[in-house]
Ligand binder design. Structure first.
Ligand code: UD1
Ligand code: CA
Length: 418
């Protein structure tokens, strides 16, 4: 198979985002936009990936995997100029070049593979992705000749009259022969209106030269979304959120109400676990099999929940381990806690894990029973099968041995009568 190299355009500031942060680092469902684009480059089986950086390049570079090469576009002179600055990075490569925009996180791998296959089968000079959208505003429009061949891309700012009505837009994903790209880029002239070199002008040039230009259309128009504004960002978040939930359902997880549930893709969830409405799970959390989570639960990074656990309403668990069949059904917070199996965490239990400087650990042994409205001031240790009475405050440094009972403010261990 012909080798392929990917160029990702990510030098822009993202002016329309009105942000100090580079656009491609804004997050969609917990991941920077550019990570989704890198997934696409990986799906294409790229030999190498070159990211073109400019605005706050060091910040962007820090978020890229080690294997990703970077080049700097010195002045932001448009998408053609961005690709030009990546050419030295190709090192004389001959084959197909995949060009992606750093701001299109919703692209689907299937359509990408179809595009590369079409490009190779038809031996085209360039094949690019189009989409028919309800609102083409802001996108380049596809101009076709009377045979239906794509002959040019007209940018929104330059579109006149009926061209503005064209609903077929340029997504910004191109597969192009390296030689044709190098030759074509030399011919792209400055767009006087925007004072930029448009990569899209390449299409008109290639077609005028009699080179074969092919297109392929997305199945779902949302896939082609380029994030330019905060509204686009929110839209992308909605799409990825639904995709993530679909994935978890395909793995045998019940999601009672997808419209009110948020789970990041980095989460692992076992079969037959039920996620009830208004649940939020983020980061590297893992949840075992046959658990019930929510409604109104938040599981945060660093949390590992074993099988058969119930985490109920108005609860938060952060950087904690929770053992098998442990129950925490109402109004509780576990932070930096190591909780054993079959523990009962009563309503209103709070681990006071932060002393103002450090985060401290709470140990709760298997079979322990923590009464309602208990505050455990970490570091603290509750032994196996120990009982803490309702309303207790267990002070910092306290160690309640296995099987013992403690209660009160501050909690004292009950001494059995002789
Ligand atoms: C671009 C396309 C448009 C297409 C749309 C799809 C051009 C001229 N227009 O428009 O046809 O419909 O994407 O989303 O290509 N970038 C650089 N250096 C620059 C300028 C841009 O690296 O000098 C990067 C940006 O960081 C961004 C990508 O290229 O990731 C696209 O740039 P953007 O300004 O968003 O282009 P659009 O106006 O959306
Ligand atoms: Ca864009």
């Amino acid at each position: 198979m012909k080798p392929i190299v990917t160029i990702i355009l990510a030098a822009g500031k993202g002016t329309r985002m009105k942000s100090e942060r580079p656009k491609v680092l804004h997050k969609v469902c917990g991941r920077p936009i550019i990570h989704y684009v890198l997934d696409i480059a990986e799906a294409a089986g790229s030999l190498k990936t070159i990211a073109v950086l400019g605005y706050k390049s060091e910040e962007v570079k820090a978020q890229l995997p080690k294997g990703c090469l970077t080049v700097i576009q010195k002045k932001l002179l448009g998408t053609a100029d961005a690709v030009r600055s990546a050419l030295p990075g190709l090192g004389g490569f001959r084959g197909d070049i995949l060009i992606l925009s750093g701001d299109t996180p919703l692209l689907d791998k299937t359509v990408l593979r179809a595009l590369i296959a079409r490009h190779r089968k038809t031996k085209a000079a360039c094949t690019f992705l189009t989409s028919v959208v309800p609102d083409p505003y802001g996108y380049g429009r596809i101009i076709r000749d009377d045979k239906g061949m794509a002959v040019a891309i007209r940018e929104d700012k330059d579109a006149t009259g009926l061209q503005k009505e064209i609903a077929e837009i340029n997504v910004g994903l191109y597969c192009i022969d390296a030689f044709e790209l190098e030759q074509g880029l030399k011919q792209v002239k400055l767009n006087k209106k925007k004072k930029e070199f448009y990569l899209t002008d390449l299409i008109e040039y290639l077609s005028q030269q009699g080179k074969k230009v092919q297109t392929i259309e997305t199945k779902e128009c949302e896939e082609g979304l380029g994030i330019n504004t905060r509204e686009d960002l929110a839209f992308a978040e909605g799409v990825i959120r639904k995709r993530n939930l679909k994935y978890f359902m395909s793995q045998g997880v019940t999601i009672a109400d997808p419209s009110t549930t948020y789970i990041e893709r980095s989460v692992k969830i076992g079969q037959d676990t039920i996620i009830r409405p208004f649940t939020f799970i983020e980061g590297d959390v893992s949840v075992g099999k046959n658990c019930v989570i929510g409604p109104f639960a938040r599981l945060r990074a660093g949390t590992k929940i074993k099988d058969g656990v119930e985490i109920g309403n108005f609860t938060e668990v952060s950087r904690s381990k929770v053992g098998r069949k442990t129950l925490m059904k109402h109004f509780s917070f576990l932070g930096d806690a190591l909780v054993g199996d079959n523990v009962n965490i009563g309503a209103g239990t709070i681990t006071a894990n932060f002393d103002g400087v450090n985060k401290n650990i709470t140990h709760i042994g298997s079979g322990a029973f923590i009464g309602s409205d208990t505050v455990l001031i970490a570091p603290v240790k509750i032994g196996k099968k120990a009982v803490v009475g309702a309303g207790s405050v267990v002070p910092r440094g306290k160690n309640i041995p296995d099987g013992r009972v403690a209660y009160g403010v501050p909690a004292k261990i009950i001494v059995k009568n002789a």
